[in-house]
Design a protein around this ligand. Structure first.
Ligand SMILES: [Zn+2]
Length: 187
């Protein structure tokens, strides 16, 4: 969770429905937001512990958690999740703190990681370590809802990639970089 200021975490926790409005202080004080609690927030220590690199460390930590490689910070049962309205049940991505459709409250819910390629490009100038050019980066439409799309490298031979191809998310370490990211493989 992005934590450029202490207040940001407090507002985001309540906004995404992890606790009731006005109760986040008590939520943290009672240990609900750390290991053994209901919602483990920033087990890597967040920006204060790791330095300000604009959320990249949060993505890295999330990938480590999904791969069960976070060692003594590992959260039990970490899963890929997307924000969903608790009233009209519409999925929302990028996440918002209020439903775009009915203005209702939202919460994170696990997703399957399965979907189909909505669009893709072929990268011919390497931008990610550990990948041999050319490789493809796709916009993947998740199976949960037609307009929920996330991006990632697709580890499928270029001559097999097409719009509509079924794929599934896979969290991988890129080359010898030590970086973990979500990529897609054939479903
Ligand atoms: Zn809604």
């Amino acid at each position: 969770m992005y934590d450029c200021f202490t207040y940001t975490v407090r507002a985001t926790m309540e906004g995404f429905g992890f606790c009731e409005p006005g109760t986040v202080g008590e939520f943290f004080a009672k240990g609900h937001a750390t290991h053994g609690g209901d919602v483990v927030v920033n087990p890597h220590g967040g920006l204060l512990s790791e330095g300000y690199i604009h959320r990249l460390n949060h993505h890295y930590e999330a990938a480590l958690q999904l791969r069960s490689q976070a060692e003594n910070r590992q959260v039990t049962d970490a899963r890929l999740a997307v924000v969903r309205c608790t009233r009209c049940r519409t999925w929302q991505h990028p996440p918002t703190e209020t439903c775009r459709h009915c203005a209702g409250p939202v919460a994170f819910e696990p997703v399957s990681g399965r979907g189909t390629i909505y669009s893709f490009i072929v990268v011919r100038q390497a931008t990610v370590p550990g990948h041999q050019v050319p490789y493809a980066v796709a916009l993947v439409e998740l199976a949960e809802q037609a307009d929920i799309r996330i991006t990632g490298v697709v580890r499928v031979p270029l001559d097999e990639i097409r719009v509509g191809l079924p794929v599934k998310a896979d969290v991988v370490t890129v080359g010898d970089s030590g970086q973990s990211v979500v990529e897609f493989i054939t479903a």
